[in-house]
Design a protein around this ligand. Structure first.
Ligand SMILES: C[S@@+](CC[C@H](N)C(=O)[O-])C[C@H]1O[C@@H](n2cnc3c(N)ncnc32)[C@H](O)[C@@H]1O
Length: 244
């Protein structure tokens, strides 16, 4: 479905190396202080649901979108947990003529930002005009699942969730992807280990069980990953396929 091109050329419009993307982000779509502040406010009012105090960097957004960027055919993409749109903006620059993008965000204030300030950007205009972009203001758990996505890109803070919710979300992702579809997500480096050390009682048990579940999925389904040291905190983008 998507091809790795040996010479580093890509299927879609943006440069391929993270260094180049960094340059582009400084010129093009860097996050404003206002967005960062509103993200932090969202975190302070609901830390477990937001799970991070700063939005993803453009380098991390680029790493998460890498499999989609390399895809040369029209694709259906689902972004889950879009927040203030750090990854969504990057997706906007990659959308080509027949692609469809669905964006899912549970927080109403974040969804307002996406609707008013992100999906109104010029990059999205042709796709929005043609009805190929949709914003779902809901939990991923409430979205219809029809196995129709080529790519799912998640910003969900899985390590902050209960095991039962993580299992449910993984099964939704599996059912929502086409057989060869790719699921990308990220984790902050060392977070699981540090959180386990620093916690006690039920919290420690929760982190341990979520970590075991994630490790088993990584072992069975991850086919590649990228380390993004320039993100704060440094993060690992993971790429999984559930086709086996
Ligand atoms: C760590 S933030 C990521 C934001 C953004 N993608 C980024 O990378 O900067 C996680 C986001 O997931 C959203 N979220 C949490 N649980 C969700 C759910 N069940 N369904 C949809 N979105 C959810 C939160 O509101 C928050 O915006």
């Amino acid at each position: 479905m998507w091809a790795r091109l040996a010479d580093g050329r890509c299927g879609r419009g943006l440069p391929s190396s993270l260094g180049e993307i960094g340059k582009r982000s400084r010129k093009g779509f860097s996050m404003s202080l206002g967005h960062r502040w509103r993200f932090l406010k969202g975190y302070l009012s609901n830390p477990h649901r937001v799970g991070a105090f700063a939005p993803s960097s453009q380098a991390l957004a680029a790493a998460l979108c890498e499999p989609y960027r390399r895809c040369e055919q029209p694709a259906r993409v689902l972004e889950v947990g879009a927040g203030t749109g750090a990854i969504t903006r990057h997706l906007g620059a990659l959308l080509s003529d027949h692609d469809e993008l669905h964006v899912c965000e549970i927080g109403s204030e974040f969804a307002d930002i996406l609707e008013r300030e992100v999906l109104t950007r010029n990059d999205f205009a042709p796709a929005v005009g043609a009805g190929r972009v949709k914003l779902f203001r809901s939990a991923i758990q409430d979205l219809p699942q029809d196995g129709s996505y080529d790519f799912i890109i998640s910003g969900l803070p899985l390590n902050a969730f209960e095991l039962e919710d993580v299992r449910k979300i993984f099964s939704i992702f599996r059912r929502s992807l086409k057989p060869e579809g790719v699921f990308s997500y990220f984790e902050y480096m060392g977070l699981r280990r540090t959180a386990r050390w620093l916690s006690i009682g039920h919290r420690r048990q929760r982190i341990r069980s979520v970590s075991t579940y994630l490790t088993s999925n990584i072992r069975n389904h991850q086919y590649d990953r990228r380390i993004v040291l320039s993100n704060f905190p440094p993060a690992r983008a993971r790429y999984l396929r559930f086709d086996d």
